[in-house]
Design a protein around this ligand. Sequence first.
Ligand code: SF4
Length: 376
Amino acid sequence: MTNSQFFEHIKSNIKAILQKALNSEELSSDEALELLKVKGKEFFALQYVADQICFEKMQNIVTFVINRNINFTNICYQHCKFCSFSLPATHTNAFLLTIEQISEKVIEAKKIGCTEVCIQGGINPDLKFEFYLDILKIVKKIDPNIHIHAFSPQELFYMSKLYENSIEDTLKELKKAGLDSIPGTAAEILVDDIRKIICPNKVSTLQWINIITTAHNLGIPTTSTIMYGHIESLNDRVTHLDVLREIQKETKGFTELVPLPFVKENPMLSKLEDFPLNPTYGMDDLKLFCVSRIFLNDYIDNIQCSWVKLGPKFAQVSLNFGVNDFSGTLMEENISRSAGAEFGQYLPPEEIINIVKAAGKKPTQRDTLYNILKYY
Ligand code: SF4
């Protein structure tokens, strides 16, 4: 089927936007917003274009990483209103792992062939900056080759206070101790009016941008994320993507975008009567994947699905909607599970390979920075 046959009977404004995308022209925010609203035939045309653009860039390759999550503490007093992971130190389920316990987890990760450990925790007031450095040093002592993907921008902000130093100097110390890359979490939605409601104690949009660009300028790559499907509007989603695109134009430091649907109505968030929750359904998720692919085309190469949040079946579907990365094996994913995500803590590589093959794609193991390690 040719493009023109595929575009028969669809609205002329959507056709013009999609044609622009196929010609590799940069879309405006208004155009992205129009695409987030499509339904019916226009939805399938959007899918076709996102899939086509993804195919041109990645062929049929779908990557994944063998990694392990280590959440070293769930004690946190930031009170983000969507978070079901954090607990006060007095709670019976509160925990803070010792360096020895973290070492055991890293040794386990090494045994199952992990190339990456992803380390994050709550903002625990009992921690000292040295503790974070000790985590990095012990991981590198166990295996100098394992990639340390660690510490959210919120944690980095907190560490800079503990260290009584700038973000730049804090990052330099962490890099010296072994930090390789940073998760682009704590982004949620990069619109301050929304942040003030859902995470009032978190870094502002500008502070998040500053931390991320400082990392990029020091040669520390980061991922990027968007948490959607809570109280934000479609326009907020596009604003967020635009912030990421502008950063990437300047620094080229993002390795990927991970769209993260908000999983569960946290009781605190649903109490905000003036701001009703706006949860997404399947087609909303798929449209955001497509628009992310098209809007970020030529800037952020990799769009990742979160099988933890979407479930492996729906994550497989997303591979036809502009997504080219299946995330990682994860092993012990606590944050989404605490929020109510029903899917397991670990997907073995063989299962990811089967899921990707069944989608008609080529499963390919990568490292954190998207270097290819093995084709299957
Ligand atoms: S999202 Fe992170 S910073 Fe916010 S309360 Fe939860 S653990 Fe703390």
